[in-house]
Every structure is written in structure tokens, then in C-alpha cells.
Write a protein that binds this ligand. Structure first.
Ligand code: UD1
Ligand code: UDP
Length: 373
């Protein structure tokens, strides 16, 4: 019998989970694959990790490195140290990483130094803003990876410019949108609308959704206060639901920031509740990477409160508008969108729910087995 393909998959932070879920599901359909799941423990709160495993049916990780929080250097170093013995013991044919978080680069670096091949899912995205920690993670991970799976065609050009070989690059679509399509029907059953008083009989009242967690937006009280001041103008017209990321909560806990009573701060919500809210919202305001893509897939207007994006297709084809962080511009864009002048969009090529299938087919065909040192 030919040897099974041993793939060690990595998750660490919240956005990794909707990306790994369809890949694990697809790998489990193939008896010739031996999928292993390792959680670095970068995110550990129930609402940022466990709830996603339960709701999305992600198998429990074989190993949890339990690195927890820390500075960039210490968190990255801790992952490097703790993953190495796992790689030596498990001897995978391939390490698969997703996204652009510290876990992504740290594990990729440990793997290539041991001669293990790396696949990067969501390769080639570039904001061209090197002050973003994620941009550094993206560039370095793509420099190391042997298999580069891209979600949009611009990414191919970025990788080629950085000297990556054309044959290593595969345009496969978007695994996060695989999850969205798979779980949307279940998410529609969520009770979150009733719980938050957003339902009007069988229908929904108009409401907005806000998320903020980029260091450049939330690490200073002054900046966060300015942004919430702009959101107050939206909250004066309709409820705005704001599931607060722990990084943002730390600044809010220090005090000194006031907000409109209809801006409703709640704890982070699980994937199904959040997808339900996104799908029913009149307007989404965010600095998240993944949420720019999810709103485009749902056809819901999105205002991105950043000066740049690594996901330009959500602007050129989708419903996303890059508004920046100037409060006057945010208020003007929100009012225009609510007045029906939001961007119409279409679904980008290959965001069709089958990205994981394409990735697994390529890996099965191309990755050599049984050669890891
Ligand atoms: C990380 C990613 C970011 C991603 C985001 C998704 C990096 C460099 N950043 O940012 O790209 O968009 O996740 O949500 O990898 N904390 C908790 N509970 C947790 C996890 C974190 O309270 O379960 C707190 C800790 O105080 C920690 C802070 O949040 O210091 C930031 O966590 P960290 O993982 O360093 O970065 P994020 O801002 O979450
Ligand atoms: N998300 C969620 N609950 C929340 C906020 C976000 O389930 O309260 C989901 C969201 O739908 C997307 C992912 O988390 O699938 C995005 O993660 P995040 O915004 O933290 O990270 P980024 O994409 O910016 O790296």
C-alpha cells in the first residue's frame, strides 16, 4: 500500500479557524491523507477559539502548544521553540499554515529549517504597509513556502515580483468563503437577533455591525475615542453591535472613552452568531481582514476603517469601500451607504465554496511522501 500523505495543519488565532475548518473536512474525506492539527494557543479565550471548534466541527487539536500572549518577539520565539519537537516527533510530509498571524510565520520558519515543505493558504496578499505586523508575517511566510495558494489574482503578481516561482503558485479561491457558504444556512437559525432585540416579528430592524482590533486603530485611547465618536453618528440612527476584541477591551477598560447608548458593546460572539449578524446588517464597519471578504461574499456594504487593504478585490469587485480613519469621512460614507448609495458588488472568481477541495487535490498530486527528515 502506498504511504499516506502526512499533513500537519496549524491554527493559532481566531481567523485561522474558519480557514482550517473546510481544509480539515476535505482532508478527512481522503483516507490517503493523515491530517494532524496543532493549535499554538496564540488565542485561548473560549469565544476566540473553543466555540469555533464546536460550531464548525473542527477536530480537537492533537497538540496545543499553549504559548499564550506576549510581545511579538517572545510569542514568535515561544512558538518556534515549542513546535520544533512536535515536528521532529511527528515527521510530517508537509506543514500547512493559513493567514498572516504570528503562528503562521513562526511555524513556517521552524518547518523549513527542518527540511519540511510548507504550504501557505492565503499567500500573496500585500497591504504594502510595513508598519502592519501582518504584512511582515505575509512577506516572510511567502518567502519560505513551497506551495502558495492564492485567493485573488493580484496576489500572483506580488509573489512573482518577490521572485517566487510560477509553478509554486496556485489560484484556488478562498477557504474562508468555503466556510461561509457551508455554515450560512445553519447561521440563519441563530437566536442572536432576538437576544439583541434586533428582530421585528419575523423581520429584522436596521442595524450596523462594528469590529475594531488593528493596533493602529485601538492601541491609543485618543485614536479609538475618535473612531467611536464617528460611529456615534451612525448609532444615533440605528443600533450598532460591537463585539469587542480583547485587545480593544484592554484600552476600553482603562476608561475615558464614552459612546452613544445605541453603540452596543458586547463580548466577541461565536462564528454562527456573527455570520448571522453580518448577513442581516445594513452596514458593516471594520478593520478586520476576513470581514472585508465575508461582507463581499454576502453582498453586504462594508466600510473599512483603514488607510490600505491587502484584499483589493473586495474593493474592485466587492461591496467594500476603503474609508480610512478620518471621522468626517467615516460619517459621510456611512450616511451615503445608508441612503442607498452603498457599493453594489459581485462575487470574486473562485469564491465558490470549493477552495479547500482544489487545495487538497493539488497537495495529493504534488507533495512527495515519506521523505521528511
Ligand atoms: C492577532 C493577529 C492579527 C489578527 C487577530 C485576529 C498577530 C501579530 N496578530 O491579533 O493579525 O487579525 O489576531 O483576531 O498575530 N488576548 C486575550 N485572549 C486571547 C487572546 C489575546 O485576552 O485569547 C489579549 C492579550 O492581552 C493579548 C492581546 O489580546 O496581548 C492581543 O493578542 P495577540 O494574539 O497578540 O494579537 P491580536 O491583537 O489578537
Ligand atoms: N468573527 C466572529 N466573531 C466576532 C468577530 C469576528 O466569529 O465577534 C469572525 C469573522 O466572521 C471572521 C473571523 O472571525 O470569520 C475574522 O477574525 P478577525 O477579524 O479577528 O481577524 P482578521 O481577519 O482581521 O485577521
Amino acid at each position: 500500500m502506498s504511504q499516506r500523505l502526512k499533513i500537519l495543519n496549524i491554527v493559532g488565532a481566531r481567523p485561522n479557524l474558519p480557514k482550517i475548518a473546510p481544509l480539515m473536512r476535505e482532508m478527512q474525506l481522503h483516507p490517503e491523507i493523515d491530517p494532524i492539527l496543532v493549535h499554538t494557543g496564540q488565542h485561548y479565550d473560549e469565544k476566540l477559539s473553543d466555540i469555533f471548534f464546536r460550531q464548525m466541527g473542527i477536530p480537537a487539536p492533537h497538540v496545543n502548544l499553549e504559548v499564550g500572549s506576549g510581545s511579538h518577539a517572545s510569542q514568535t520565539a515561544e512558538i518556534l521553540k515549542r513546535i520544533e519537537p512536535v515536528l521532529l516527533e511527528r515527521k510530517p510530509d508537509l506543514v500547512l499554515v493559513v493567514g498572516d498571524v504570528n503562528s503562521t510565520i513562526a511555524v513556517s520558519l521552524a518547518a523549513v529549517k527542518l527540511g519540511i515543505r510548507v504550504a501557505h493558504v492565503e499567500a500573496g496578499l500585500r497591504s504594502f504597509d510595513r508598519t502592519m505586523p501582518e504584512e511582515i508575517n505575509r512577506i516572510l511566510t511567502d518567502a519560505l513556502a513551497d506551495y502558495l495558494f492564492v485567493t485573488e489574482e493580484d496576489a500572483i503578481g506580488h509573489l512573482l515580483k518577490e521572485g517566487r516561482p510560477r509553478e509554486a503558485i496556485h489560484f484556488v479561491g478562498n477557504v474562508m468563503i468555503d466556510s461561509l457558504r457551508h455554515f450560512l444556512p445553519v447561521a440563519q437559525e441563530s437566536a442572536i437577533g432576538d437576544e439583541l432585540g434586533l428582530k421585528n416579528g419575523a423581520g429584522w430592524r436596521p442595524f450596523g455591525v462594528l469590529t475594531l482590533h488593528r493596533p493602529s486603530n485601538v492601541d491609543s485611547t485618543e485614536k479609538l475615542s475618535q473612531l467611536l465618536g464617528a460611529i456615534d453618528a451612525v448609532a444615533a440612527e440605528m443600533p450598532v453591535i460591537f463585539p469587542v476584541h480583547p485587545r480593544t477591551q484592554q484600552i476600553l477598560t482603562r476608561g475615558g472613552i464614552t459612546h452613544h447608548p445605541q453603540l452596543r458593546l458586547i463580548a466577541p460572539v461565536g462564528y454562527l452568531d456573527f455570520l448571522c449578524l453580518l448577513s442581516k446588517a445594513s452596514l458593516v464597519l471594520t478593520d478586520s481582514g476576513g470581514i472585508q471578504e465575508e461582507t463581499t461574499a454576502l453582498g453586504v456594504p462594508c466600510l473599512t476603517l483603514r488607510e490600505n487593504t491587502e484584499r483589493p478585490i473586495t474593493i474592485s469587485e466587492g461591496t467594500n469601500l476603503l474609508v480610512g480613519t478620518d471621522p468626517a469621512k467615516i460619517v459621510a460614507a456611512a450616511h451615503a451607504t445608508l441612503a442607498g448609495k452603498g457599493k453594489a458588488g459581485r462575487i470574486p472568481p473562485l469564491w465558490d465554496g470549493h477552495a479547500a477541495q482544489r487545495i487538497v487535490e493539488i497537495l495529493l498530486r504534488q507533495v512527495p511522501r515519506g521523505k521528511a527528515s
